[in-house]
Ligand binder design. Structure first.
Ligand code: ATP
Length: 438
């Protein structure tokens, strides 16, 4: 039986994923498959942090087992197949009691929603939840006759919960999240962290550390029950890294869970749409139509023509060294811009330079008789300083541009959960994308 939860945390307290740890570690049900952490529309205003919703399949398991975490010193097993379904209402009561115990009570913006269903939902709902702003009414209509649900306060969380059950999980990665409740205070964010202990060298991991910007992305800034999280495509590597970090930092944790997730998949990116909507995220191929510029605060922009629309591409200050890429495009460059769209602007996550425009410089010609450079005396007037002969035409030379015809991405410090790092592109090249409202 699928259980999904969302919207239990606030900006600086709790983390909905920890509730999955509580559900598992109480051991009342077997786990079938992997618990899932599904990121949804990154442009939604209601999100507290990363717009993530969670689900887990609970019941009686059978078949092969695999390790999906550790709780209180014991490995957590997950079964391959379902052998029996629990009573839906009993399960709802069990889950509700955990949500009631842990959700953040003193924040108006925390509105938990629980959804329990025998089946997963159609992937069209997932596509919609990546691109649109869905209403509670729409979801209640959708759930009617399909699943049972419980709303706490406004119950806005049923939107994310339902959408997580619609994730088809074709492209996926893993994240290992390590916990201690209430909060882990021994690692203070910043200088105390031993940057060299963070595994940037594992081929199968991504977004763990930004060495250039000295940003240890695995340690979250808010003090929630999450001590650290490591992302990658190989579960065994994640466990090796977990052991290493735990030992290096002498971490006294409760346990960890490995989630299957849509992080790093670019599932939110809809390619080349006919119309742009303010909630959407896209890849758009078009032509740079102006000179790039930087405004106060260090945000860089350039005009861009996509189909018949003139829009802007933006690299905001937090994208750090990526701004240099945007500042080196010129009118005529053909590029694909990846990112979310609002107020006529694409907030860049990646930029692919497809065809560079050629850039030329005019220089005074060399006098063919004296072999010295002529001097410019005005428009179309060059004179040899030795023989005084006049020449009309300048010498045209092509300027070598540093920009290359390839993909560029924002650094880890500014990377969105859903954005596919360039490192993972070969890994996903054969698996089609799921985005789009179907
Ligand atoms: P965290 O990542 O720390 O768990 P969060 O950023 O996921 O926090 P939530 O507290 O879960 O933030 O709040 C997100 C809210 O947005 C939830 O109520 C969820 O149901 C809702 N939501 C998610 N996607 C959509 C969507 N496409 N349309 C409308 N509401 C959405």
């Amino acid at each position: 039986m699928y259980v999904a939860i969302d919207d239990t945390d606030s900006q600086d307290k709790m983390c909905t994923t920890y509730l999955i740890y509580e559900i598992i570690s109480r051991g009342e049900y077997d786990i079938i498959g992997s618990p899932e952490l599904v990121r949804l529309n990154p442009n939604i205003g209601y999100k507290t942090r990363g717009n993530g919703a969670l689900n887990i399949n609970l019941g009686k398991g059978s078949g092969n087992t695999s390790i999906i975490g550790k709780a209180n010193g014991k490995f957590i097993k997950s079964y391959e197949k379902v052998a029996g379904e629990p009573d839906k209402q009993e399960l709802m009561d069990f889950i509700s009691s955990i949500v009631e115990d842990f959700y953040v009570k003193d924040d108006d913006k925390t509105n938990p929603g629980i959804v329990i269903s025998n089946d997963r939902f159609h992937s069209g709902l997932y596509g919609k939840a990546l691109q649109d702003d869905i209403s509670i009414e729409f979801i209640e209509n959708y759930l009617s006759g399909r699943a049972i649900y419980r709303k706490i306060k406004t119950g806005h969380g049923i939107i994310g919960s339902s959408a997580s059950l619609a994730w088809p999980g074709k492209r996926y990665t893993y994240e290992l999240l390590d916990y201690r409740y209430p909060n882990y205070g021994d690692i203070t964010y910043g200088e105390k962290i031993d940057i060299s202990s963070i595994p940037e060298s594992f081929y199968s991991t991504f977004n763990n550390i930004d060495i250039k910007n000295r940003y240890p992305a695995i340690f979250p800034k808010p003090k929630t029950p999450v001590i650290f999280g490591v992302r990658g495509v190989d579960k065994n590597d994640l466990i090796t890294i977990y052991d290493r970090i735990k030992e290096r930092h002498n971490i006294d944790d409760q346990g960890y869970i490995i989630y299957k997730t849509n992080q790093g998949t670019d599932d939110h990116i809809m390619p080349e749409p006919d119309y742009l909507s303010s909630m959407g995220s896209y890849s758009l191929t078009g032509v740079i139509s102006g000179e790039p510029y930087t405004i106060e605060g260090g945000h860089s922009f350039v005009n861009f023509k996509y189909k018949n629309e003139e829009i802007k591409l933006a690299a905001f200050e937090p994208t750090k060294e990526f701004r240099k890429v945007l500042m080196s495009v010129i009118p005529g460059d053909i590029v694909s811009a990846y990112g979310s769209y609002a107020k006529g602007t694409i907030k860049l996550e990646k930029l692919r330079v497809i065809k560079k425009a050629r850039l030329y410089r005019k220089e005074p010609p060399v006098c063919p008789e004296c072999h010295v450079k002529t001097r410019s005396k005005g428009q179309m007037d060059y004179r040899c300083p030795v023989c005084k002969k006049r020449y009309k035409n300048p010498e045209i030379t092509e300027i070598t541009r540093e920009l290359e015809e390839k993909f560029y991405e924002v650094p880890v410090i500014a990377r969105r959960h859903l954005s596919m790092p360039l490192k993972l592109m070969p890994y996903f090249s054969d698996i089609p994308q799921t985005s789009g409202v179907s």
